[in-house]
Ligand binder design. Structure first.
Ligand code: CP
Ligand code: NVA
Length: 305
């Protein structure tokens, strides 16, 4: 049974195999109608159930299209409309859904809920974002970096702003794929210790945004207020020096690329000039959610890696 709760579940070889598979499958269907299944339809007959306890545009639609292109179908549920939203346990939900569907993707707050889902389910469980991590997003980011012509080992990735779930998965990826992360986060908003420890020396936290971006190959940021967090003016004020603008971008390598998982808060964590500028790969990154999800699904079913 393969669950994809974090990148380490797949390990470096699994991640590399998924990235290679995603690149191949993307190329093989270039120019096709989005709803046309891949020629081999490798997940024909498979049903993916998706549970959302938080909002989503990209994860919802890309997973739905991913399973369709692989020949399968999906059921999308809002947790608030399920008995889960009235107190039925994650364990009981996992056992019941396992009888109906072939895989479960869940987006929730507490990472322990995803772990419980995986523990009690008898089908693969995929983490579609928790407060602790967002591994599916980072698979798309790695794919986008590879497509830009950069190899992962030895890259310098700069992170600006909040020490959040997305950063935790980037740090995990750095450890697995041998690149370096320098995260500039204001005091009080630095990532949790365990994410850094897991990076086995591949990540560094600094206070100065210019130090993080200096000579970077990739510059990444994300919203300053994640889903479920209270809006706080004090946090926005602390984050302002970490805004990715053209002056900060200019400190990175001349061929550096900008990534953002989206949704973006233009004028907060990033300026229009950067996110819409020539170094930004955000639309390819968003599209690659689809191609990455397909390979994650195939990995979960033991078809690759
Ligand atoms: N990046 C991302 O996960 O987007 P959604 O919240 O729209 O799914
Ligand atoms: N850090 C953000 C990512 C959204 C895709 C959040 O958790 O809201």
């Amino acid at each position: 049974m393969r669950h994809f709760l974090n990148l380490s579940d797949a390990g470096p070889d699994g991640v590399a195999a998924m990235l290679a598979d995603a690149l191949d499958r993307k190329a093989a269907r270039a120019g096709w109608r989005k709803g046309r299944p891949d020629t081999d339809a490798p997940l024909a007959g498979h049903v993916l159930a998706m549970i959302f306890e938080k909002n989503s545009t990209r994860t919802r639609v890309s997973f739905d299209m991913a399973i369709r292109q692989l020949g399968g179908t999906s059921i999308v549920m809002e947790a608030g409309q399920m008995q889960l939203g009235r107190g039925e346990s994650v364990a009981d939900t996992a056992r019941v859904l396992s009888a109906y569907v072939d895989a479960i993707m869940i987006r929730t707050d507490d990472h322990a809920k995803v772990e419980a889902m995986a523990h009690y389910a008898s089908v693969p469980v995929i983490n579609g974002l928790t407060d602790a991590s967002h591994p599916c997003q980072i698979m798309a980011d790695l794919l986008t970096i590879l497509e830009s012509g950069k190899a992962l080992p030895g890259l310098k990735v700069a992170w600006l702003g909040d020490g959040n779930n997305v950063l935790a998965s980037i740090v995990e990826a750095a450890s697995l794929m041998q690149f370096d992360v320098v995260a500039a986060c204001p005091q009080g908003f630095q990532p949790e210790e365990d994410a850094i420890v897991r990076a086995s020396g591949r990540a560094r936290i600094v206070a100065d945004p210019r130090e993080a971006v200096e000579g970077a190959d990739i510059v990444i940021t994300d919203t300053w207020i994640s889903m479920g967090q209270a809006h706080a003016d004090t946090k926005l004020t602390a984050m302002m020096p970490y805004q990715v603008d053209e002056a900060l971008m200019a400190k990175a390598k001349p061929d550096a690329k900008f990534l953002h998982c989206l949704p973006a808060h233009r004028g907060e964590e990033v300026t229009d000039a950067v996110i819409d500028g020539p170094q930004s790969l955000i639309w390819a990154e968003a599209e690659n959610r689809l191609h990455a999800q397909k390979s994650i699904l195939r990995w979960c079913f033991g078809q690759i890696g």
